[in-house]
Design a protein around this ligand. Structure first.
Ligand SMILES: [Mg+2]
Length: 221
């Protein structure tokens, strides 16, 4: 299949989980549940786990059970000093721009956070578009409808011509089932839903040279 479009997850995919930012976002989520909703710290980890597994994200679970204002939640959990975690990434910028295909962001995060992160890394102009949690509403990864929505928004009707990069096998699995070529970033790679595993985003050129050659085949096809 001629290859034409890449979808990139944002958090812990375009920057490494080891920079500590995602851990801080999780702490802000706990803080939100404690301070805004008055939940006891004892029950928060189990609830967060239930919402994550049952609804895809804590946000969707809190919307369903507490009717929270999603914008207020997103502002709160992303209220972080990004300078502490991110810096300009000229090499990543070069790498992304060298990929001769459409490049999209596909994230359960929101546009404000995405833009702040991309600006801080100075890679904001490397993407043709952003599919965020607002664009996916009422769905989110790993719900099947989220990937369908992303394909429609990117005007990419055939998933066989698309690759999807994410640090979560859970998020890769439905994409793989739909026919995307799936790339696990920064994780262990022996799962049928993973076509290729790479150590980090900088490993893309060496580990998935097909992206530059133009042809690619998922083990699902
Ligand atoms: Mg991620």
């Amino acid at each position: 299949m001629k290859f034409h479009t890449l979808f990139f997850d944002l958090d812990s995919t375009l920057y490494p989980e080891s920079n500590g930012m995602w851990v801080m976002i999780r702490q802000r989520i706990d803080l939100y549940m404690r301070d805004r909703l008055g939940l006891s710290p004892d029950e928060i980890p189990a609830l967060r786990h239930d919402y994550f597994t049952g609804y895809g994200t804590t946000l969707r679970g809190l919307q369903a059970h507490y009717g929270i204002d999603p914008q207020d939640y997103l502002n709160f959990v992303h209220d972080l000093p990004l300078d502490d975690y991110l810096q300009p990434e000229p090499q990543l910028r070069q790498l992304l721009l060298s990929i001769p295909h459409q490049r999209w962001i596909l994230t359960n995060s929101d546009l404000d956070h995405v833009n702040r992160v991309l600006n801080k890394m100075e890679i904001q102009d490397c993407f043709d578009g952003i599919v965020d949690v607002w664009a996916l509403d009422p769905y989110c990864k790993p719900q099947r409808e989220a990937y369908q929505r992303a394909l429609e928004l990117a005007h990419a009707p055939d998933p066989q011509g698309c690759a999807f990069l994410d640090d979560s096998i859970r998020n890769l699995a439905p994409a793989h089932e739909a026919g995307f070529f799936t790339i696990l970033v920064g994780g262990e790679g022996s799962d049928p839903a993973v076509d290729r595993a790479i150590a980090d985003i900088y490993d893309l050129r060496a580990s998935v040279p097909e992206l530059w050659d133009g042809f690619i085949t998922s083990n699902n096809q």
